[in-house]
Design a protein around this ligand. Structure first.
Ligand code: NDP
Ligand code: 8X3
Length: 252
């Protein structure tokens, strides 16, 4: 009998994380879905629980104690996490460094970098003990290339890539896979958050076909479903219209 795998996905209330939850459910993977918006967690859970077992955890990844406590509170049947998708994160603001908002900087470093570390810290010990597991960190093309006004968001995603490489090195002896999936422009709530609901978000995905959250979810499932000896270490994916962070072929 093959035991069902369990995946914990942070940022499962929207965009890439939610699409990944749907993709994993199709393949019968048990899910621990995390986010701060309980009503969204409930909606995703009720949509997926016919396909697989689902448990939700409501916590802010930038709160170290809340993160540890939430993960410790998992019931026995969801405690063993085989797959960790470190996805929660956002850009906050798009400003030149000289006029950047320090609250935005704090949010990006606290959530995208420290939050990823706190969640990983709460889960890695059980993976090292079992000598198995797969951690996928959602980086970004912004982790490979800095673009104008991207300063601190790009720094946070460069940090995600460095942490991913460090994890892969340190966890190698335990047989744990560590992967970075680095998307370019994906049409999610990302720009709504970046521009705080303002109109600047409206044009971001216009005039070309951006990646959809489902495109990344399929790639994430492909990554976790490779044979035991194969690890997709680092993957950069753009929409066809995008050649770099600053070069996007628009039709309008
Ligand atoms: P969304 O805004 O659609 O989703 C972000 C998710 O992160 C939400 O589920 C949100 O849940 C969660 N989240 C944000 N802050 C916190 C927090 N403090 N604690 C817990 N959860 C949090 O954006 P995307 O799906 O696009 O983003 C997902 C990841 O993909 C991010 O790491 C982003 O940087 C990365 N990415 C996105 C790209 C894009 O163009 N969209 C491209 C490259 C990378 P809730 O609010 O309920 O807590
Ligand atoms: C999100 C993609 O180009 O907005 O990481 O930084 S970008």
């Amino acid at each position: 009998m093959t035991l069902k795998k369990t995946a914990l996905i942070t940022g499962a209330t929207s965009g890439i994380g939610r699409a990944t939850a749907h993709e994993f459910a199709k393949h019968g993977i048990q899910l621990v879905l995390c986010g701060r918006r309980q009503e969204r967690l409930d909606i995703v859970k009720s949509a997926l629980q016919k396909q697989t077992l689902v448990y939700t955890l409501n916590f802010d990844v930038s709160d170290k104690n809340a993160t540890q406590k939430a993960i410790e509170s998992l019931p026995e049947s969801f405690k063993n996490i085989d797959i960790l998708i470190n996805n929660a994160g956002n850009a906050h603001g798009l400003d030149p460094i000289q006029s950047g908002d320090t609250d935005d900087w704090d949010a990006m470093m606290d959530i995208n970098v420290k939050g990823l570390l706190y969640v990983s810290k709460a889960i890695i010990p059980q993976m090292t003990e079992r000598q198995s597991g797969h951690i996928i960190n959602i980086g970004s093309s912004a982790g490979k290339e800095v673009y104008p006004k991207g300063n601190v968001y790009c720094a946070s995603k460069h940090a995600v890539l460095a942490i991913t490489e460090g994890m892969r090195i340190d966890l190698n002896e335990f047989g744990i896979k560590v992967s970075a999936i680095n998307p370019g422009l994906v049409e999610t709530e990302f720009s709504k958050v970046r521009f705080k609901g303002g109109t600047a978000a409206n044009g971001v995905y216009k005039g070309y076909k951006a990646l959809q959250a489902e495109d990344i979810a399929e790639i994430i499932y492909f990554t976790v479903s490779r044979p035991a000896h194969v690890n997709i270490a680092d993957l950069l994916v753009f929409p066809t219209a995008q050649a770099s962070s600053t070069i996007v072929k628009k039709e309008l």
